[in-house]
Ligand binder design. Structure first.
Ligand code: ZN
Length: 306
């Protein structure tokens, strides 16, 4: 944002004292005329102001420009977000000074008529919180509804409704004193704030819903993975059972074989017993044979030739 900063020596000690003639005397005449036109077209919005400083916005020909105007050490210091080369201050700042003068003037005279107090104190605008954080200017006076304020309200209402329809931020409230009309404006702004809040709540709910959907999707993915794992495990267990059945068959064959082996063993034992009894008989037979041989031998000796 290009900023233009200008410093003009200024003898006034309050911004409200700068009247249109004083302003006209120090600025470019064309800039003054355009600034005056902006004022009459109600394009100036004073955001915050006291006698030493004004924050404002002006609807220019190609957008909204923001200004800060200060009175400091005998100088009027102005800044505007426009890039116009107008010297020493631009049309927007001129429009703001004219608006501030117009706004502070009738109040000043009315106040000084009602209560003859210190002028400085009565002309000092007292920023008040209007419930929206933004201070409004002026003080509560009567609850009367002024026609001029109603006109300003109606003028403000049109862009406000447009902004609501297009979901954009609302225009700044017009600089009118607290009262019935400013309450209307505040009510509309509060309603719009509430609508925005509920929109935020809805967006939050929608985002929560999306989070939950994503969570459910993750869970069902995990479930699918687990199901696949379970199927694999089932297949493995079936293969193991088959293997086990095969082993059981093999084992029963082994048992059968070992039965046969023990039967053969029995047969072998009885054969061995047979053999040993036959051995005894042979022993006895051999003993008999020996006796016969000895008898024969004796007979042979007796009958041998001498
Ligand atoms: Zn400007």
């Amino acid at each position: 944002m290009a900023t233009m900063k200008n410093k003009i020596p200024c003898s006034a000690d309050r911004l409200g004292l700068l009247d249109p003639q004083m302003i006209k005397a120090v600025v470019e005449i064309s800039a003054f005329q355009i600034g005056h036109q902006y004022l009459s077209e109600n394009r100036v919005r004073i955001v915050e102001a006291d006698d030493a400083q004004i924050s404002s916005a002006v609807i220019g020909n190609s957008g909204l420009y923001e200004q800060t105007i200060r009175l400091k050490d005998g100088h009027l210091i102005s800044k505007c977000s426009c890039t116009l080369p107008e010297e020493p201050i631009c049309r927007h700042c001129i429009a703001v000074l004219l608006e501030y003068h117009r706004w502070s003037q009738p109040r000043q005279s009315r106040k000084s008529k009602d209560t003859p107090r210190d002028v400085k104190a009565t002309t000092q605008p007292e920023p008040q919180s209007n419930g929206n954080g933004a201070p409004t200017m002026g003080q509560s006076s009567s609850a009367d509804v002024k026609l001029s304020e109603v006109m300003v309200f109606v003028e403000w209402l049109q862009p406000a409704i447009k902004a609501i329809e297009q979901a954009q931020s609302m225009p700044l409230p017009p600089p009118i004193a607290p009262g019935e009309v400013s309450n209307w404006i505040q009510t509309i702004r509060n309603l719009e704030d509430r609508r925005r809040d509920s929109e935020e709540v809805q967006l939050k709910l929608e985002s929560d819903m999306r989070d939950r959907e994503a969570y459910v999707a993750r869970l069902s993915q995990q479930l699918q993975a687990s199901t696949a794992e379970a199927k694999t495990a089932q297949a493995t267990s079936q293969a193991l059972q088959q293997e086990l059945a095969t082993y059981k068959v093999a084992l029963s064959k082994v048992a059968e074989l070992s039965g046969e082996v023990s039967r053969y063993d029995g047969q072998l034992k009885s054969m061995a017993q047979d053999f040993s009894s036959k051995g005894n008989q042979l022993d006895r037979l051999a003993g008999s044979c020996k006796q016969v041989a000895e008898a024969l031998n004796a007979i042979t000796k007796q009958t041998a030739p001498r």
